[in-house]
Design a protein around this ligand. Structure first.
Ligand code: 5GP
Ligand code: ZN
Length: 112
């Protein structure tokens, strides 16, 4: 297993979990881009948004459901951003599907 997020999900790299259930895990980003910057990932390895299929797509709605709960728990009642980077031009650097939950500052649009 040569995937850093698989290692985090399987506790091979000790990481403080913000949320965990049988399907997903959330933890702080190593290099936060906002006061709150949490990554939410499926435990199962999915390489990117391009690998979401009819068979595994329910994980995405589950992640969004949990993301909004985490956002409220973190006090982001005035708003937040959920980001998925896909592929080289999308800025994806870790090849395991993940959603960034960012908040605690005003977000700009369009992103760079
Ligand atoms: P991407 O650029 O693929 O959308 O996002 C990958 C994110 O993972 C980056 O924001 C990066 O800081 C974060 N990251 C990379 N390696 C680690 C790690 O080992 N632990 C944690 N907590 N975050 C990581
Ligand atoms: Zn993985």
């Amino acid at each position: 297993m040569d995937c850093i997020f698989c290692k985090i999900a399987n506790n091979l790299i000790p990481t403080k979990k913000i949320y965990e259930d049988d399907k997903i895990v959330a933890f702080n980003d190593l290099e936060p881009q906002a006061p709150i910057h949490i990554l939410i990932i499926p435990k199962v390895h999915i390489g990117s948004a391009n690998e979401i299929t009819d068979e595994n797509k329910d994980i995405v709605s589950h992640i969004f459901c949990v993301a909004s709960k985490i956002a409220m728990e973190k006090g982001l009642k005035d708003g937040y951003r959920i980001v998925n980077n896909c592929g080289v031009e999308g800025g994806q650097t870790v090849q395991h599907l993940h959603f960034h939950l960012l908040g605690g500052r005003s977000m700009k649009w369009p992103p760079g």
